[in-house]
Design a protein around this ligand. Structure first.
Ligand code: ADP
Length: 417
C-alpha cells in the first residue's frame, strides 16, 4: 500500500497529534519489519531480510522514497533480534531530534488469556515464554526483540500485540476440535491468527463499507499466509486458522486443511522424520508444492504452465469453500472483504473466488475488480464485495499509543531516540 494511500485514509481514523514516536517491530524467523510512526503517519519504515543466510536491509522515508538502509555489513546476524541494536542506532541518526515513546511488537500467540494488547513486564515475558510450545516456529522470534530492547533500553515502554487476541470472541463451538475434552481444557483448540489485520479491517469498515460494517462479513486475508475470518458486527465468530498457522486455506508454502491421516501415513508408512514432515507442511506445500514453480501468485499468474494454473484453481476452490462454511457459521452473508498481498492485487484470483460465490448472491463487477474497487460487486448484488488494504503495523502503533496514554504527556520515559 502506498504511503499516500495510508495518509489519505488514516486521517479519518487518527485522533492523536502527539509528535513522539511509536516504533513497531514485526519479527519473523528470518526477517524483521519495522515502522516508526509520528501520530498516525509512518515516517520511517523498512525491513531486514535473509537473516541467518545473507542479511540485507531496505528502508523508506515519510514520502515513500528509498533511503540508505541500516548497514548490516559487519554484523553477523543469526537471528532477527540481533539486527535491533544496529537498527535503533541507524534510526537515531535518521530521526535526529525526535523522541521514541514506545515500541509495539507483533506477537503471534497470546494464549487463552489475552484478548487485548499488554504492556511488557517481566511477568508477561515469562508467560509468553510458556506459550512457545503453542507456536514454536514464531513465538521465540517475536519475543527475542522484546528482550533485546529491554536490555538495551530498560526504561522504554513496550507493548505486545497478539495475533490471536481478536479471535478470543469466538464461541466455544468454533474453538473446539472433536478431541477428548481434557485436551481442549489444556489449550489444544482453534485460536485463529492474523488478528491484527482483521482488527484493522474491523476498525475501518464503518468508513469504507458502511452498508455491511455491522452485518455478517467474511474477511479474506490472502497474503503469503492466508486465512479467512467471519465477522458478526465486527467481532470474530469463526476463523479458518486453528491451533497453528497451518490450518485452513492453502498458502504460499503451507498446506492448509489436511486430513490428519496424511500426517500419520507420512510418518508410519513412509518413515518420514517428524522434522521432515514439518518442513514439508510449512515450507514445501501450498502454491509452491502444487505448482512446482513458486509460492508467489505473481509468478503463478504469469506462467503458462498447467500446474501453475492448477495451483491457482485449487486455491480459489478452497477459499470459496471456506467462504461457504463461514457463511454457515454466520447464519448468512452480507459481504466479503479481500485484503493482504493477494487479496489486494490479484484480479483473476478475486474474480474466480467471486464467481464461485455466485450461489451466495454475489455478483462481481468485473471492471471495478480490474481497478481494485474498493467495491467490486455490482450495485444490485445481494452480497457486497470489497477490496480494503490492511495495515497491521498501524494497528500495533495505535494499540501502543492507546495503552500508554499520550506519550507526550507521559513523557518521563520518552527520551531522545
Ligand atoms: P505477508 O503475508 O508476508 O505480509 P503480503 O500480504 O505482502 O505477505 O502478500 C505477499 C504475496 O502477495 C506475494 O507473495 C504474492 O503472492 C502476492 N502479491 C503481491 N502483489 C501481487 C500482485 N500484483 N499480483 C498478484 N499477487 C500479488
Amino acid at each position: 500500500m502506498s504511503h499516500a494511500y495510508k495518509r489519505r485514509h488514516h486521517r479519518n481514523i487518527g485522533k492523536g497529534t502527539e509528535p513522539a514516536l511509536i516504533g513497531v517491530i514485526n519479527a519473523g524467523s528470518s526477517s524483521l519489519k519495522f515502522t516508526f510512526y509520528e501520530s498516525d503517519q509512518p515516517i520511517l519504515s523498512g525491513q531486514v531480510d535473509g537473516v541467518g543466510v545473507r542479511p540485507s536491509a531496505r528502508a523508506t522515508g515519510a514520502d515513500g522514497a528509498a533511503l540508505d538502509p541500516p548497514d548490516l555489513g559487519h554484523t553477523p546476524v543469526t537471528g532477527p533480534a540481533e539486527a535491533l541494536p544496529g537498527l535503533i542506532e541507524w534510526a537515531k541518526q535518521k530521526l535526529a531530534d525526535r523522541r521514541l515513546a514506545a515500541l509495539g511488537h507483533r506477537v503471534v500467540h497470546g494464549g487463552l488469556r489475552y484478548s487485548r494488547p499488554q504492556r511488557v513486564t517481566p511477568a508477561l515475558l515469562a508467560e509468553l515464554e510458556s506459550l512457545i510450545p503453542l507456536a514454536p516456529l514464531h513465538e521465540p522470534h517475536n519475543i527475542a526483540p522484546i528482550r533485546t530492547a529491554l536490555a538495551l533500553r530498560p526504561d522504554l515502554p513496550q507493548v505486545a500485540c497478539f495475533d490471536t487476541a481478536f479471535h478470543r470472541s469466538m464461541p466455544e463451538v468454533a474453538q473446539a476440535f472433536a478431541l477428548p475434552h481434557a485436551l481442549y481444557d489444556e489449550g489444544i483448540r482453534r485460536y485463529g491468527f492474523h488478528g491484527l489485520s482483521y482488527e484493522y479491517i474491523a476498525s475501518v469498515l464503518p468508513d469504507r463499507a458502511p452498508e455491511i460494517a455491522d452485518g455478517k462479513v467474511v474477511v479474506a486475508h490472502l497474503g503469503n499466509g492466508c486465512s479467512l475470518c467471519g465477522f458478526r458486527a465486527r467481532k470474530s465468530v469463526a476463523s479458518t486458522m486453528g491451533f497453528t498457522a497451518l490450518d485452513g486455506v492453502p498458502m504460499g508454502t503451507r498446506c492448509g486443511d489436511l486430513d490428519p491421516g496424511v500426517v500419520l501415513h507420512l510418518i508410519q508408512q513412509k518413515g518420514m522424520a517428524v522434522e521432515d514432515v514439518a518442513d514439508l507442511l510449512y515450507k514445501r506445500s501450498g502454491m509452491l508444492g502444487l505448482s512446482g514453480l513458486s509460492s508467489d501468485f505473481r509468478d503463478l499468474l504469469a506462467s503458462e504452465s498447467p500446474r501453475s494454473r492448477f495451483a491457482v484453481d485449487v486455491f480459489c476452490y478452497r477459499v470459496a469453500g471456506h467462504i461457504g462454511s463461514l457463511a454457515a457459521a454466520l447464519g448468512g452473508l452480507d459481504g466479503i472483504v479481500f485484503t493482504a498481498g493477494v487479496g489486494e492485487n490479484a484480479v483473476p484470483v478475486r474474480a474466480a473466488i467471486c464467481l464461485a460465490c455466485r450461489w451466495l448472491g454475489l455478483e462481481l463487477d468485473e471492471a471495478a475488480n480490474r481497478r481494485h474497487g474498493p467495491r467490486i460487486s455490482t450495485a444490485g448484488s445481494r452480497v457486497a464485495a470489497y477490496v480494503i488494504p490492511t495495515d497491521e503495523n498501524f494497528m500495533i502503533a495505535r494499540h501502543a499509543r492507546a495503552l500508554l496514554g499520550s506519550p507526550d504527556e507521559s513523557s518521563s520515559s520518552a527520551r531522545n531516540l
